[in-house]
Design a protein around this ligand. Structure first.
Ligand code: ZN
Length: 292
């Protein structure tokens, strides 16, 4: 297992971690500069941030700063209620792939969607099995588009509490079953993003990480699970402040062959988004060394 205690060579910052600073929200250009100034080598930006900063300008800035991506957030949201929504979903995912290519991302992260309409508070049906079938269909379609661009797809299973509104793929096992069904030969075109916030509780975690192996393990996201968690979406903890044995989980992914970045992804409306962004990044570096 790699020793992270003396440097932060393998720390990546998911840019949502420092996007909402109270009083002084950070734009993507400022985030990239602040990461590079601290010797952070990689980031994972969100599409709306890239759109606001400009795709070409962001690609230029990444190159100028020598920053890599550990992923691109995000494609997916495959479930829809029909009509023109299917075509809109496909257009949006094609654009996400093209952006990921232009930015040199190692993978496009997929949050697959839940019951259509649920995210807006108006689910149009209760057919979760149907939603899951639609997700499988959507990923099968996108996989062809992704292969044509040589852009790997990373399915991110979300904690079951998001099954209705954000993602109806809720465990690593379920995600890997889908990988095996849609991409039986493997080879790295389709895999998973292991986000500890979503999967830390899973009694099958170790077995499923081993099953995933090097070819399916495309991203590793870290934060912590606070007790109590005050907000299901935006109260993620800083590494070391909660109950996830992050280092043990990293040992599992590394034993399975993963050698990439640990991406700090902390949505924290009540704490870290209230602080200065520089303090947040400095704390990520320190906790990466001590707790990841
Ligand atoms: Zn994540």
């Amino acid at each position: 297992m790699r020793d992270f205690s003396n440097d932060h060579l393998w720390l990546s910052i998911n840019t949502a971690t420092v996007r909402m600073q109270r009083g002084q929200p950070w734009g993507l250009a400022q985030i990239l500069d602040a990461c590079a100034a601290r010797g952070i080598r990689a980031v994972s930006p969100w599409r709306d941030q890239v759109a606001a900063a400009g795709l070409a300008a962001t690609a230029r800035q990444l190159r100028a700063l020598g920053l890599e991506l550990s992923g691109y957030c995000r494609g997916g949201m495959f479930t829809h209620a029909g009509g023109t929504a299917g075509a809109a979903m496909r257009d949006d995912n094609r654009r996400a792939l093209d952006e990921a290519c232009e930015l040199g991302a190692p993978c496009l992260v997929l949050v697959v969607g839940g019951l259509p309409g649920a995210l807006a508070g108006k689910p149009v049906h209760k057919n979760l099995a149907g939603a899951r079938a639609q997700v499988a269909e959507g990923i099968a379609w996108l996989l062809d588009e992704a292969r044509a661009r040589r852009m790997p797809l990373a399915i991110e299973p979300l904690h079951p509490m998001y099954a209705a509104d954000r993602a109806c793929i809720n465990s690593l096992e379920q995600a890997l079953d889908l990988c095996d069904a849609l991409d039986p030969a493997g080879g790295g075109a389709l895999g998973v993003a292991v986000d500890l916030y979503h999967v830390w509780w899973d009694p099958k975690l170790a077995a499923q990480i081993a099953r995933a192996g090097r070819e399916r393990l495309l991203a590793f996201h870290v934060c912590d699970w606070l007790v109590p968690t005050r907000d299901l979406l935006n109260d993620r903890g800083m590494m070391g402040d909660g109950v996830i044995d992050i280092r043990a989980a990293r040992a599992l992914v590394e034993a399975a062959g993963y050698g990439g970045y640990s991406e700090a992804e902390i949505f924290s409306a009540l704490d870290w988004w209230q602080r200065d962004g520089g303090e947040v990044l400095d704390t990520c570096i320190e906790r990466h060394r001590r707790c990841v």
